[in-house]
Design a protein. Structure first.
Length: 122
C-alpha cells in the first residue's frame, strides 16, 4: 500500500515540487508515536523497519576513520550519518558539532563572490 502525503505520515523523505529528493530525515531513537489510521500502522512500520535495515547494510555505507586534527563536513539534509561505538581508556572521543543554516551559507557565498568579482578588499 503506497503512503500518501498528508499530516498523518511523518516527513521522512522530503521531495521538491519536481519530485527530487531534497532531504532524508531518520532517527530511530527519537521518532514520536504516529497518528495513523489503523490500517496504515502495520504497513508503515514494516516499511520503516525495512528502510532502517537497508541503512545498516555495508553496501550502503561509507566508513571513515578520522585521525587527530581531521574533520568531516557534510550536508545534514542530504547525508544520513552516524558513528560507531568507541571505547578506549587511552584515547577519549572528542566530538564537536557546528551547524549552519542553508540561507546563511548561500548568503555569505554570494557576498564573497561579489567581493571577489568586484575586487573589493576583505
Amino acid at each position: 500500500m503506497p503512503f500518501r502525503v498528508g499530516a498523518s505520515i511523518p516527513l521522512l523523505i522530503e521531495l521538491s515540487c519536481t519530485g527530487a529528493v531534497t532531504a532524508v530525515h531518520y532517527n530511530s531513537r527519537s521518532i514520536a508515536p504516529l497518528r495513523l489510521a489503523a490500517g496504515e500502522c502495520q504497513p508503515f512500520y514494516a516499511a520503516y523497519r525495512h528502510f532502517g535495515e537497508l541503512l545498516r547494510e555495508p553496501r550502503f555505507q561509507l566508513r571513515i576513520l578520522l585521525g587527530n586534527g581531521e574533520l568531516v563536513v557534510f550536508d545534514n539534509q542530504r547525508i544520513l550519518h552516524g558513528r560507531t561505538g568507541f571505547a578506549s581508556a587511552r584515547h577519549p572521543r572528542h566530538l564537536r558539532g557546528c551547524y549552519l543554516t542553508r540561507d546563511s551559507v548561500y548568503s555569505q557565498t554570494a557576498l564573497l563572490q561579489r567581493r571577489v568579482i568586484s575586487g573589493e578588499p576583505r
